[in-house]
Design a protein around this ligand. Sequence first.
Ligand code: FES
Length: 383
Amino acid sequence: MNTPAAPEQASPQIGPPLWLLAELTYRCPLHCVFCYNPVDFAHHPDELSTDDWLRVLREARAAGSVQCGFSGGEPLLRDDLEILVAEAHRLGFYTNLLTSGVGLTESRAAALKEAGLDHIQLSFQDSTRELNDFLSHTRTFELKQKVAAIIKANGWPMVMNCVIHRLNIDYIDRIIDMAVELDAEYLELANSQYYSWALLNRDQLLPSREQIERAERVTNARREQYGDRIRIFYVVPDYYENRPKKCMNGWGNVFLTVTPDGTAVPCHTAAMLPGLSFPNVRDMDVKQIWYDSEGFNRYRGDGWMKDSCRSCPDKEKDLGGCRCQAFMLTGDPAAADPVCDKSPHHHVVTKAVERAQSGEGRMHEAPLVFRSPEESRKRPVLS
Ligand code: FES
């Protein structure tokens, strides 16, 4: 493994960590096959206490954070969620709950409203009970519909999220229709990106190019049909692009994620990157973590880039793509993201796409791996 030395000094242009993502717990009643939690999550069962989280909120706000997302796992499994939301609201954060809906009863919704929660994003897996419940390995479809009604009744904007992949992409029209029936204001149709559990299941989940193009056409037609009734965001999987995404809007640029055990990272999966250490909020103040820690400075700017990225005219646009994807697909976190067609490793991505086109991967297909603590414990510890 060839990991670069840290840049001699961090860019003087570092702005504040505008977005704080508080991953309150890895516990989750669902077992989604595309879950973005690290596959070794069960090896990290430790969770910050309420007091720790309250301190993190205060420190992050003092460091300039303005948005706070509470996620997991399922954040409603924490019975101090209302306390944390109330403190975030008091501090002036715009607060967002990312939930499967499990646990959002009428009384908890009322308590969260009282605490000042601004926004809820509710996930569905599909528009049918059969596929929704199959993909999450739970019977949650009807419950989610009830939760959608509770969200509306409390006056929150209804934001639905559905991860799209080969198994549900052909029903995208019905997913959009369901969102309209549930009176959603926003629908995020995010094609799965291939990290964590989705990477384990990539052969079964990566759609073909024809599926993606059809889904885009159908989505555009539905946008015309429904006009202002709903705003639909459709995100293509980056395996079908030839330039990488500016991941997390740049490493340590906007996003600060705190994992359940208090590790502070620039993205959900960075803790697995080799040769890097990330501080814990129990040991270091958020401002110090953001500006001074080695983990947050390592891939800022372009001092860490190898030649192919450093001399690229697009480097400002994509900042070399995603460090986690580079590591997962090449073994080197400082390599160009192989999604880029200038990367010497681009064939890894084109091969995965070819397998999706031909169905080759599925012919020898292993069964889908559902996220669960048992499955996670079988995996090696990554961080
Ligand atoms: Fe970690 Fe892209 S997900 S840098």
